[in-house]
Design a protein around this ligand. Structure first.
Ligand code: AFP
Length: 326
């Protein structure tokens, strides 16, 4: 049977993709409200559950995951989802041309201290040979980040902000809480190529490999050192917040591999964090790497895979990579 070509908007973006993104935003509006209510609606604190990665789940992790999962699988646009908070992929019953991988509430350690959190999402196409309804498997989610048709995050801060790319640059939308809609507030976000700002969790310094030790040491030497300028440091403990700052004013963010635990050297997840953030940063003119190769070219090998991440202002990331290539 001949399949109908998907309907497109004027700018070439699929109408179904737009409807799918609207579904994500409907769930995120609900999450934003609950994050804001906090203690008033009893959603702070931990549960007794652990996710597959051995991390204790917060009440808001579970709630946000459930909202996104239910709304996406009911939408008719999403065949299956993968989530940081789900052990396995979940397939819906209503068909659809897309797969969605998400981190429902990034920055969980910030929840109970009224600090920044966010939702990160990555949208992939259903592989051609599965469009006939053949069941989706984990393998279908293991597509390189380059295959993403859209990616973004919603940041729950003083305002609720969406950063979105459908492969044609990055735009910001702000949730107008009086009317309940996301309004475009900035377009064509461009990351400055050079920076004097870096983000790394310095408490892990003793665990970094030699290239990262050298790179950060030279930064910390400031104006008198080889870099010849003073740097500023920021760390939000929520990748959404750190990447948002970089999209706004440049910088470099890195979560390098740790040498103390060869079984589990990396923290950030490829499918739920590194790939969607990688697409956003590249679309805004920045660079993303593991230290060895571009994150978006990696062939994922498992659903909850973790990778080292270096991303941000092009020239600064290149300098960091020079230390890795030496
Ligand atoms: P969760 O997804 O478990 O909330 O973790 C957040 C995160 O993966 C990322 O958003 C931060 O950049 C990083 O962890 C913070 O890690 P530290 O605990 O080392 O500050």
């Amino acid at each position: 049977m001949k399949r109908l070509a998907p309907e497109l908007r004027k700018d070439g973006v699929e109408l179904d993709l737009i409807s799918l993104i609207r579904t994500i935003l409907a769930a995120c509006k609900d999450i934003s409200f609950r994050v804001g209510q906090a203690d008033l609606s009893g959603v702070l604190g931990s549960t007794l559950n652990e996710n597959i990665q051995g991390e204790t789940q917060k009440k808001l992790d579970i709630l946000s995951n459930q909202l996104l999962k239910d709304m996406l699988l009911e939408s008719g646009f999403v065949r299956a989802i993968a989530s940081e908070e789900e052990d396995y992929i979940v397939e819906g019953e209503h068909g659809g041309r897309f797969l969605v991988a998400f981190d429902p509430l990034d920055g969980s350690s910030n929840i109970d201290v009224n600090s920044l959190t966010g939702t990160i999402f990555s949208i992939l196409p259903v592989p051609e040979d599965k469009l006939d309804g053949t069941p989706i498997t984990e393998q279908d989610f293991l597509q390189p980040g380059r295959n993403q048709v859209a990616a973004g995050y919603v940041m729950y801060g003083p305002s609720t902000i969406l950063a979105l790319t459908t492969g044609k640059g990055v735009d910001f939308y702000t949730l107008d809480k009086t009317h309940g809609s996301f309004l475009k507030t900035r377009d064509n976000i461009a990351i400055p190529e050079e920076t004097k700002e870096f983000a790394i969790n310095s408490s892990n310094q003793h665990k970094w490999d030699i290239p990262m030790q050298r790179y950060i040491r030279d930064i910390l030497d400031g104006k008198a050192g080889i870099r010849g300028k003073n740097f500023n440091m920021r760390w939000i403990a929520c990748m959404v917040g750190d990447v948002h700052r970089i999209l706004c004013r440049g910088g470099i963010f890195t979560y390098p591999a740790h040498t103390d635990n060869p079984e589990k050297p990396n923290k950030l997840r490829l499918l739920y964090e590194a790939n969607p953030m990688g697409m956003l940063v590249e679309q805004a003119g920045g660079l993303v790497s593991t230290g060895e190769q571009n994150i978006l070219d990696l062939q994922p090998t498992e659903l909850h895979e973790r990778v080292p991440v270096i991303l941000g202002s092009k020239q600064e990331v290149k300098i960091c990579l020079d230390y890795h290539n030496q």
